[in-house]
Design a protein around this ligand. Structure first.
Ligand SMILES: Cc1cc2nc3c(=O)[nH]c(=O)nc-3n(C[C@H](O)[C@H](O)[C@H](O)COP(=O)(O)OP(=O)(O)OC[C@H]3O[C@@H](n4cnc5c(N)ncnc54)[C@H](O)[C@@H]3O)c2cc1C
Length: 457
């Protein structure tokens, strides 16, 4: 139960001050307003504000400060799992703020805080442009980008965070500011990979890239071939160019009517890849993996907009439980360890275990990068399942931790912000120097720790 009561007349005053909606725990609509995309997150804030504008965000922050509430900014709630309890907090939902402007001349996008990647991808594609979205277009642009942002173009163009050119934010004392390399440069640095602990972002501006079509798809092999497929993928990525971003994966598809007959209830070892180039070059690159004889081969030239279908992410809210780690290396012994936990004989509720190939542009520190200028690791590991009951949450969570432990000998020195679904401080998710600088900025900009973020600075 929520223990912090905001007087009803104070809530009414806030209602009169904002164009968005305000919910106290006793209000009809509160239950729906507090719900995150991740259905395992049981958020019970003292108040929910659905901000409709930057002015609403500023009003909500000032209201929270004057009533002793902390502030938890949230767009979709895809990243809600690691959040600390929100009792005594104002949940500041930006979901109504989905405005997006594309400028084809400067190849940039301006996204309001609640925009989803689908809001950017569709209009950008009309100009032959693409942003650095992840595997799902339902994910929010803001949370994803603030945590780094690893997508299908990552090895070519780097992290989404380092393509941000400016941001508008409401500071912890309720001021709306514009941040870029010349203005409020400390805030601008902190939000590019350091998460959203230093202020509430109201809009981002970012570069787009000329990507009309790609050669991309998935090779499906029966899970019994997992070791052979992962070893072949490991060898393949040692020579592919940065135009190729790929994932080696073990996937267990549910017995749901929405899953095609051929896949329903079955387990597969997969290679998913996107090659930013033409069909001839792409087919030549994929040829060695094709020679292995996949059961299903979906590689084809596709519009950039269709990249979101490759990874088969859920499009509706789910009770997702998972966790991940960055790996310095993924040698044969690591692939074998993964197969022993998730291969054909494994008794596991993890429906997906993936290893993403990093390096390429992700390794090179971005010229004027932010808190995460590059990633000092070659792979990102992530395991996840969907829990129907509290017991299942515990089982899947244990299995995700067992997966991480099994690959601990190859862990990098920090983990990846967006793939860390358990409570963890930003200190565990950034290079040491970056964390120290982020901490200084947090102390100077939000000395009383009013802003709650997925991973506290
Ligand atoms: C199906 C799925 C696919 C995914 N694919 C990828 C992928 O390919 N690559 C990748 O890198 N990640 C991926 N992720 C992880 C995803 O990037 C994170 O969960 C991210 O936090 C989601 O951002 P959001 O805004 O949608 O989520 P939210 O839960 O709304 O936000 C997450 C956190 O971001 C911060 N935040 C959000 N909005 C603001 C704001 N306006 N101001 C300040 N801080 C803010 C807050 O700390 C908040 O707790 C995926 C997640 C899911 C569930």
């Amino acid at each position: 139960m929520n223990t912090t009561n905001v007087p009803a007349e104070a809530a009414d005053a806030l209602r009169a001050d904002v164009t968005g909606r305000v919910f106290a725990p006793s209000d009809p609509g509160y239950e729906q307003a507090r719900q995150a995309w991740n259905l395992t997150a049981d958020q019970r804030p003292a108040m929910v504000v659905e901000a409709a504008s930057a002015a609403d965000v500023a009003a909500a922050v000032r209201f929270a400060r004057s009533h002793g509430l902390r502030i938890a900014p949230q767009g979709t709630g895809h990243g809600a799992a690691p959040l600390e309890p929100l009792e005594g907090a104002l949940l500041l939902r930006t979901s109504p703020m989905r405005g997006v402007r594309i400028d084809p001349d400067t190849r940039t996008a301006r996204t309001d805080a609640g925009a989803l990647w689908q809001d950017v991808a569709a209009p950008a594609s009309e100009h032959g442009l693409a942003g650095l979205a992840g595997t799902s277009l339902d994910v929010g642009v803001t949370g994803y980008t603030l945590g780094g942002g690893l997508g299908w173009l990552a090895r070519r163009y780097g992290l989404a965070a380092n393509s941000v050119t400016a941001a508008e934010m409401v500071t912890a004392d309720g001021q709306l500011v514009r941040t870029d390399p010349k203005h409020e440069a400390d805030l601008f640095w902190a939000i590019r990979g350091g998460g959203g602990s230093v202020g509430v972002v109201t809009a981002l501006e970012m570069l787009l890239y000329p990507v009309r079509k790609l050669y991309a798809g998935v090779l499906f092999f029966p899970v019994q071939r997992a070791a052979e497929v992962l070893h072949s993928w490991r060898e393949w990525i040692t020579w592919v160019p940065n135009e190729v971003t790929s994932i080696g994966r073990i996937l267990r598809l549910p017995r749901l009517p929405t899953v095609p007959d051929q896949l329903r209830g079955r387990a597969f070892a997969l290679v998913e890849a996107a090659c930013d180039g033409d069909e001839g070059a792409g087919a030549e690159l994929i040829a060695p993996l094709r020679k292995l004889g996949p059961e299903i081969d979906t590689f084809a030239t596709i519009p950039a907009l269709e990249l979101s279908q490759l990874h088969m992410d859920p499009t509706e809210p789910v009770a997702a439980v998972g966790d991940g780690a960055l790996l310095a290396d993924f040698p044969a012994a690591a692939a074998d360890a993964l197969v022993s936990l998730a291969g054909a004989d494994a008794d596991t509720m993890l429906i997906s275990i993936e290893v993403r190939h990093l390096d390429g542009a992700l390794r090179r520190p971005a010229g004027h990068g932010g808190a995460l200028p590059s990633i000092d690791a070659s792979y990102a590991l992530y395991g996840t399942g969907v829990a129907a009951t509290p017991d299942a949450v515990a089982t899947i969570s244990d299995q995700a931790q067992a997966l991480k432990s099994a690959l601990a000998p190859w862990h990098a020195s920090y983990s990846y912000y967006n793939a860390t679904d358990t409570p963890a401080p930003a200190q565990a998710l950034l290079p040491r120097d970056s964390y120290q600088r982020l901490r200084q900025i947090k102390i100077s900009r939000d000395p009383t720790d009013a802003i709650i973020s997925a991973h506290p600075a």
